[in-house]
Design a protein around this ligand. Structure first.
Ligand code: SAH
Length: 302
């Protein structure tokens, strides 16, 4: 490998190994061949194509057909081979979204036609992505499948906002929650009092429309109204937007700023780290705060 100088994000200069091209890496790793009649369930990550895994790239290059979801960014699809058919499986133009049953049936039909079927999903297929349901339908139909995990919005998307989902000075646990049931209502079968008491950091998927109701329930169960909350819209994409608010004011701030989905939401003191860790903001000139939790300041005083 050649040595090349790279400039690190913090501005210091380091000598590092030059990154090999992804194709080269795929060849070196002898990534698997996509056999006809197989379905690969692949996570596309939250949006930035740089977050695709090598397995995802390898799948895109070989697939005959890519059946993709609403949350898969178009820039990711450009890595599909030119001969591949791209088939959208999400909601379009106000029409209701296709039923999960129909999508599974379609995957089975395509596999039975002897196609290499790439089922591409936003984030990770097994995190609120119905990947398990689709995989079970494939197993039921005797269709061989492979799973390629992806970077989930609730971890990587928050990372792009400079928010770690765990931080030793703050939390040793994190809970991922969906704010939306199949029917669209706030999940009633969740033990909200236990989540409020037991989980210092809560990451909410699909929760924008129920944020007010969820915040109310958490506050009723002991969470502070001034607890920090961040919402990240279009996380990892060029138009990523971050709204910092509090549990008590989140719903009103969402309405006031007309903040739209898709958004990943995080509740908890890890949001305070953003002042020190907003690396994307720093690329545009934001001065990062040292010791944003005042940990060192406290230690020095004590
Ligand atoms: N399987 C996906 C989640 C699908 S559920 C994953 O692992 O990330 C859809 C929800 O994911 C959205 O409502 C939103 O809450 C979140 N989400 C996915 N991609 C996102 C993105 N780029 N920015 C913000 N939120 C995102």
């Amino acid at each position: 490998m050649t040595e090349r100088k790279v400039i690190s994000l913090t501005g210091g200069r380091k000598t590092k190994r030059a990154p090999q091209m992804a194709d080269d890496a795929a060849a070196r790793l002898a990534l698997p061949a996509f056999e006809p009649g197989w379905v690969w369930l692949v996570g596309a990550g939250p949006g930035d194509p740089g977050l695709l895994t090598l397995h995802a790239l390898n799948a895109l290059k070989q697939a005959d057909i890519v059946v993709y979801d609403a949350l898969v960014d178009e820039t990711v699809l450009q890595f599909a081979s030119a001969r591949a058919t791209l088939e959208y499986s999400g909601k379009r133009g106000g029409k209701p979204s296709p039923k999960q049953r129909d999508i599974s049936a379609r995957l089975i039909e395509l596999a039975r036609q002897g196609k290499r079927v790439l089922r591409l999903k936003g984030g990770d297929p097994f995190v609120f992505g119905r990947g398990g349901e689709e995989a079970l339908a494939l197993v039921d139909a005797g269709i061989p499948f492979r799973l390629v995990p992806g970077v989930t919005a609730g971890v990587g998307g928050l990372g792009y906002a400079g928010i770690p989902v765990t931080h030793r000075d703050i939390n040793h646990a994190v809970t991922f929650v969906t704010g939306h049931m199949a029917g669209g209502a706030i999940p009633e079968n969740l033990d909200w009092p236990s989540i409020a008491k037991g989980s210092p950091v809560i990451v909410l998927y699909m929760a924008l429309s129920h944020l007010g109701a969820i915040a109310k329930r958490l506050i009723e169960n002991g969470r502070r109204a001034d607890e920090p909350v961040a919402l990240v819209r279009n996380a990892t994409l060029k138009d990523q937007q971050v709204l910092e608010t509090t549990l008590g004011t989140a719903a009103a701030d969402v309405a006031r700023t007309d903040f739209k989905a898709p958004a990943i939401i995080v509740i908890g003191d890890v949001v305070r780290l953003r002042e020190g860790l907003d690396w994307l903001g720093a690329l545009e000139g934001r001065i990062l705060k040292r010791d944003p939790l005042n940990v060192r300041a406290k230690k020095d005083a004590g």
